[in-house]
Design a protein around this ligand. Structure first.
Ligand code: V47
Length: 379
């Protein structure tokens, strides 16, 4: 470590954490608080980047993907959500299997690797709908991987199936489910749960569904929604809960921090998360989640500009080309068309000196990675 960096880390009180990271010692709750307390984000980033490069070298992952939201009708009434429509609301929709296939067919000429499918909790949908949905995707695009259903949706699918969770997961796998997205985790705090998303699974139930999913051999991602009413202590506890669960199951592929977008929600008086806050969440997550292989900078929510910087703040994944995203509108024009071309993503990554790796939903590289270019600084 350079003298400059050493004195900087000492001045910001992070020297103890630096030593732990250098020695491979796990950070604890107090370290998490210290990382949130300092304003010296450059030092936090320097530590996070060290861990990022230890875990992923110079590689930065991205995927050619599509998002499909099969229904916006939802009975959960989460205060942070602008996407949902309660039953009977004229904005409510359910996509038919035919409509879903039509959406996918529009991208027939694109070598998509992942289709990300999530939606509201619509109790009218029968068990068969979920199985048909996955089969319908695989029927017309057998080459793509289906990343579908949050733990909240899986609990609902289990409810309507009225069968043991193990059998439901086996059916979904047989239909073509490859992995699950990380949405719906929000913040594992009873207080925030009660205040913002009381009708949803509680934290223990979320862990139980995740355990069942991982036990069934289905890997998943995990998120944290920040920038609303949560405290720093609740964020550290959330990250440590994820770390504990990963020690137990090993089934998480990627952590995805999601900055709260207040537009159109019951919390619209709150400010939008800043670039500083977004980068800080990525860096601290990289440091605390020492057992999760990837940390995602989801450009749709934090903007492409901040996502690009995040590649030096702990992130090693930019998600993907996307095209259409209904949950939030980071590009600010209020349209759901949110897309980065394959070339734009490559250019964004290369400009930072990182090595792009096109991946599938399970983080397999689409083309073998040349060893010489995976080294830091190689061009
Ligand atoms: O579950 C809802 C969140 C999630 C808002 O797994 C909001 O790779 C911000 O989970 N402002 C869905 N966030 C998105 C998601 C996701 C996205 C990209 C990649 C992956 C992955 C997962 O969005 C929801 C909820 O936690 N959300 N409303 C809002 N107003």
């Amino acid at each position: 470590m350079s003298r400059l960096m050493e004195s900087r880390l000492t001045a910001s009180g992070l020297d103890k954490i630096y030593r732990k990271i250098a020695d491979g010692v796990r950070l604890d709750f107090g370290d998490g608080l210290a990382l949130y307390q300092t304003r010296d984000l450059t030092s936090v980033a320097c530590l996070a980047n060290r861990v990022r490069e230890r875990m992923s070298g110079n590689l930065t992952y991205f995927v050619r993907n599509l998002h499909i939201n099969y229904t916006n009708i939802c009975n959960k009434g989460c205060k942070f959500c602008s996407f949902y429509a309660p039953a009977g609301d004229p904005r409510g929709y359910v996509l038919s299997i035919q409509e879903i296939q039509d959406q996918i067919r529009k991208h027939n000429d694109v070598p998509i690797r992942e289709i990300h499918i999530v939606a509201g909790i619509n109790p009218k949908l029968p068990y068969q709908y979920y199985l048909d949905l996955i089969r319908a995707v695989k029927e017309i695009r057998p080459d793509v991987q289906v990343k579908a259903f949050t733990m909240i949706e899986l609990a609902q699918i289990w409810r309507v199936a009225n069968r043991p969770m193990e059998e439901v997961l086996a059916d979904l796998k047989a239909a073509g489910l490859d992995c699950c997205p990380g949405g719906g985790a929000e913040v594992f705090s009873d207080r925030v749960h009660e205040e913002l998303f009381r009708a949803k699974l509680d934290n223990e139930e979320w862990f139980d569904v995740t355990r069942a999913v991982h036990r069934a051999g289905i890997r998943s991602n995990v998120t944290m929604l920040y920038g609303h009413i949560e405290t720093v202590e609740e964020k550290v506890a959330h990250l440590l809960h994820i770390r504990d669960l990963q020690d137990e199951t090993g089934g998480f592929m990627c952590f995805v921090p999601l900055g709260f977008d207040p537009a159109g929600t019951e919390l619209s008086h709150l400010p939008v998360t800043t670039g500083y806050a977004n980068l800080r969440e990525i860096a601290i997550a990289r440091l605390l989640l020492d057992n999760i292989p990837h940390v995602k900078a989801f450009w749709v929510m934090i903007t492409p500009a901040v996502a690009q910087l995040a590649l030096w703040y702990g992130a090693d994944d930019l998600d993907g080309t996307v095209t259409h995203y209904e949950i939030t509108h980071a590009l600010g024009d209020n349209s759901h068309h949110q897309e980065l071309s394959h070339d734009a993503l490559l250019a964004m990554i290369r400009e930072t000196g990182r090595q792009p790796v096109e991946r599938d939903a399970l983080y397999n590289s689409v083309i073998p990675i040349p060893i010489s270019t995976s080294k830091i600084g190689a061009r």
